[in-house]
Design a binder for this molecule. Sequence first.
Ligand code: NAD
Length: 359
Amino acid sequence: MNKNIAVIRGDGIGPEIIAEALKVLDKIGELYGHKFTYTDVDMGGCAIDKWGDPLPQEMLEKCINSDSVLLGAVGGDKWNDVPGNMRPEKGLLRLRAGMGVYSNNRPAKIWKQLSSASPLRKEIVDEGIDFIIVRELIGGIYFGEHKTEGDTAIDVLRYSEAEIERIGRIGFETARKRNKKLCSVEKSNVLDSSRLWKKVMHKLKDEYPDVELSDMLVDNCAMQIVKNPAQFDVIVTENMFGDILSDEASMITGSIGMIPSSSLGATSCGLYEPIHGSAPDIAGKDIANPIGTILSAAMMLRFSFNMEKEADAIENAVSKVLDMGYRTADIMPKDVEEAGKCKKIGCSECGSLIIDNLN
Ligand code: NAD
């Protein structure tokens, strides 16, 4: 198969982690007879420097016209003082909206080799952490009106029934393919948008009688994720709640550097990216963990290109490298390092080891 992938290296560690993911994709192409071609896209701080715009229209079109988009990360202190609609992150919001990718899927799964890297108590981790957060990505407060009038700032949170229904369906479909438990998270004791959210979810339930639906208030959910994460199978929630809960969920699995994500809309052209940011504190040092990006590339193969075996091969190779005791700095707890049980590796060595273990 021939696939054209739009590649956004971005800022900070973005170029380093993307380089490793492309090495892996090239090797997969060689082993399985596919041809991946890459179209470079400027977005974020580097695009502000080059074009005076975090996502020029021409760059957005390159993404829309590709078979899928692989993104490293954008942002950094250098661009903190540019006006709001020119900040690097604005490019990302425009990209998601422009591609129409309304459904963001973030797995929170602990790799057995890394259970000691979780900040949770061992007995909680041993119960298992393996759930998915399905987050609405292009509506809600991030896309409502924002304005400041004198000493008052206003951000508008708006959801329509249709927007809730389409993400609700993704939640039910995702649960149907797993353990058939869907938890709908909202704040219906306070917000009108959440009461509408809850009503639509319960209306949809009739179409998915095999899925068990539960409701949870977002503040309780934040607590339950650290108290008893094993209770969750699939969580479906709105944009801002999902943003916050998915960062919390990633942390209990050990490191933010391990977690991939996919964002999809009505077509197979998706946006795939690790969940972390551009980590300016470690950029250019060859110490970033590229696994979240490499696993995002695996998700692209599975969800957008229907390349199930190829995606499995990448995930198995990551697991083998962890089994062999190789760790980037972020997943090497001090006691493990001091006991000499694992070997510390850099970003490019991590990518190369994954390639060596692909078959
Ligand atoms: P961050 O995720 O970049 O970093 C948080 C911490 O995690 C840092 O200590 C960093 O070194 C570490 N870390 C992150 N990814 C890592 C990896 N792959 N390997 C090892 N360690 C890793 O979050 P931040 O510091 O709050 O944000 C930095 C910049 O990134 C900001 O400009 C922010 O706006 C931007 N950002 C971008 C995205 C995106 O592009 N999708 C997402 C979040 C933040």
